[in-house]
Design a protein around this ligand. Sequence first.
Ligand code: NAD
Length: 297
Amino acid sequence: MTKQALGFVGLGNMGGPMGTRLMQAGHELYVYDRDEAALERLVAAGAKRMASVKAVADQVETLFLSLPTPDIVEAVCLQEGGLKDGGKVRQIVDLSTIGPRAAASIAKGLADKGILYVDSPVSGGVQGAVKGTLAVMVSCPRANYDALESVLANFGKPFFLGEKAGQAQTVKIANNIMSATAVAITSEAVVMGVKAGIDPKVMLDVINSGSGRNTASADKFPRCVLPRTFDVGFAAALAYKDVRLCVDEAEHIGVPMVVGSAVREMLSITLAACGKDADFCDVVKVIESWAGVEVRG
Ligand code: NAD
């Protein structure tokens, strides 16, 4: 894709660095976020400040979204005065995790207004968003994917998953339930080790050289749990949303998810115990409180 004017709505933990990468690649960026601090960070880096989502959709043909929940994406796209009413927008590339059924329904609502919805969730965390190493899962008509691939490559590695909105979301929620399962089971296993008197850093080194290695043991625990910073950059509330979307979808299409349901409950308990602003890794604090030990190293 040649350099062009692009829009970006939702400039939080993921959208902020992804938008920044588009500007670094030379694209002109029109931005909006309802949070002034998030908006100002991108404006200070050279983006054009817009006063509403519709104002962005009045300026650009291609617009990216990175928003928290299905309800918010639906409202931003389809409510009166939302993106659907923008004068210029032709395609909306949704980088949010909203689940397959919401994606399909929003795609239909936008298609009725002649706007293409590109289902494009990402995985790889804030670090991946900053470095441009995300997995970018995409479903939309193949010709639109081919035209977008080079701009999506600014975020990481694009994968084409099919022509129907929702197909990329299915892969994304499968990925995230696995990631959340890794956090939950690593929490249980490492707390057990600490209670038995094992140094958690040594225990993680062993696991990471062995067959228990996973994204929690290799990255989140050494980076955010051992130093007790709990700043993964992914809210437990968003992880809970993703796991619920996955268990609900599995139930909808007739696939039992025994382990996934247990992980969903662990995240629910974490939110109840640690509050709505809890970090993804706060799961370990719940197990620590049950066991009466702390994982520190
Ligand atoms: P975040 O809460 O940090 O950012 C979301 C941004 O959207 C915030 O700045 C918020 O002010 C803005 N926003 C909310 N409602 C809005 C509205 N109506 N209009 C305009 N702006 C609005 O969330 P995040 O961690 O950046 O995640 C964004 C999406 O990406 C979510 O769907 C999440 O599940 C997904 N995701 C997150 C990660 C991660 O590691 N953080 C990784 C992959 C995918």
